[in-house]
Design a protein around this ligand. Sequence first.
Ligand SMILES: [Zn+2]
Length: 312
Amino acid sequence: MKQLIGVDLGGTSLRAARMDTGGHILQHHSVATAATAGPEAVAAQIVALVEQVMGDISRSDIQGVGIGSPGPLDPFEGVVFRAPNLKGWVDVPLRAMLEKGIGLPVVLGNDGNAAALGEWHMGSGKGCRDFIYIGLGTGIGGGIITNGQLLLGRKGAGGEVGHIQIEGSGPVCACGQVGCWEAFASGINFARWATETLQSQPESALYAQAIAGKVTPADIFAAAVQGDAPALDCVRREGEYIGRGLVSLLHLFSPERIALGGGVMAGAALLEPHVRRVIETQAMEPFRDVEIVYAHHGEHAGVIGAAALLLS
Ligand SMILES: [Zn+2]
């Protein structure tokens, strides 16, 4: 079997890895992304990183290079429309730019879909025909595998799970709308509303921190473990928000299994009963026995997912 190379293009760091088709990392490297230097400079960084992780392996032993990038992008045309954290990135034909420099087939995909493919082919979703991966990090991203295929939709823009609406009002989301799942349940939004809530709860050990505006999900989980009632209540609310989005996905796609990943899942054990309770009370009866698992790929999720784009 040929080996795969995955590149995780982030606003802060650029990571690349060579692996086998089981997702076992053989070589990896990362550099700080030249985020302000424009697309040509970043493309040159990617070409150099790919050379590095290739080592002395021949090109004929490599199937290709998968690039996971924040969207919006067109995976069919290999074009990144915009990358919010990269200066000057508008309609960048990244695949064409890289294929020239790398001399191998290049596949481009959004990072949420990439992570879903990584879990499906090489992790928590192995063997499923219908599988959903949800990453709860800064935002909410993910991917939907339905009937044995990644759901892409027109322009490859489908599966924007973070923007399903769970409320009719609330804070404005990064997309400009209100009520999005991401605007309630993602890591930064969990921190935002929990900080606001704890500012009126002097009985919480996190009160002073909340007044200073600095409560993180990790702080909330730590306080909850200590039995801090207001922190436990924040965990309950977060679990319920997560559960509500999952209920919509269950009804639409009826997956066999849902894998949850991302930074918020550091509190998985605390969140799980609340997530489960929402599914058991709000999902229709035939959907309630869905398997909820935790993503397998931690630190290397980005590069493994990017490489898995080659397998879809
Ligand atoms: Zn939104």
